[in-house]
Design a protein around this ligand. Structure first.
Ligand code: Z5A
Length: 212
């Protein structure tokens, strides 16, 4: 491992909170400052597992709830060798959704316990920072209607938000809750500042293991 590894920074949040917008801006800003930074997103719909997930999200296929949960997790595990390699090369990885979305979306379904939902993702590379973009449903609604994908309805999103709150209360993960109501630029400045602060800390630490 090189002395200074890259930081693993995850953006999570409710639907339309601006995760993708902010991940892209952060990567661009870091690159402009001469840093090595790349973006990943989950689900990664480009792999074979990702295509099964895509078909499920687009409601072209139905999958049993435990099965789709495990596929979302497998879709992260298949990227672990790449994630470790990049971090060890000193590349900062900015990730749009991660295991926290996996747990929040499944545990919002009837009959699922949080600890069962977490288990398949135990041991994934642990993010150095998880930025949670918090947005009120009324503000989210102003950013456009829900799309046609699975899970895109108000009641389910409220249940997901409650599950996220349980995850945020876990102090073993470095959460920063951000008010996503701000303008794209103000939000970007805040996210960049939190990210830069963690990069120095992460640089000389080994990559952690999530929920272990
Ligand atoms: N899922 C799961 O079940 N299990 C898992 O393990 C994982 C995911 C990883 C697809 O994910 C679904 O998969 C998702 C969770 C589930 N289901 N839902 N719902 P996805 O990542 O593909 O999700 P998405 O639905 O495409 O992203 P999103 O959450 O809807 O959007 P976002 O990335 O947070 O926001 P955005 O695309 O950057 O912006 C949304 C709009 O708001 C856009 O018009 C922007 O121009 C606007 N915007 C952005 N920022 C602002 C600010 N600050 N002010 C005003 N307007 C803004």
């Amino acid at each position: 491992m090189t002395c200074r590894r890259g930081a693993l920074i995850v953006l999570e949040g409710v639907d339309r909170a601006g995760k993708t917008t902010q991940c892209k801006k952060l990567v661009q800003a870091l690159q402009q400052c001469g840093q090595r930074a790349e973006m990943l997103r989950f689900p990664d719909r480009t792999t074979e597992i990702g295509q099964l997930i895509n078909s499920y999200l687009e409601k072209k296929s139905d999958l049993e709830d435990h099965t789709i949960h495990l596929l979302f997790s497998a879709n992260r595990w298949e990227q672990v060798p790449l994630i470790k390699e990049k971090l060890e090369q000193g590349v900062h990885l900015i990730v749009d959704r991660y295991a926290f979305s996996g747990v929040a979306f499944t545990s919002a379904k009837p009959g699922f316990r949080l600890d069962w939902c977490k288990f398949p993702d135990v041991g994934l590379p642990k993010p150095d920072l998880v930025l949670f973009l918090q947005l009120r449903p009324t503000e989210a609604a102003r950013r456009g209607q829900f799309g046609a994908e699975r899970y895109e309805n108000t009641d389910f999103q409220k249940a997901v938000q409650e599950c996220f709150q349980q995850l945020i209360s876990d102090r073993s993960v470095n959460w920063k809750v951000i008010d996503a109501c701000k303008s794209v630029e103000d939000l970007h400045k805040e996210i960049k500042s939190h990210s830069e602060a963690i990069m120095d800390t992460a640089a000389c630490q080994p990559i952690g293991e999530l929920w272990k």
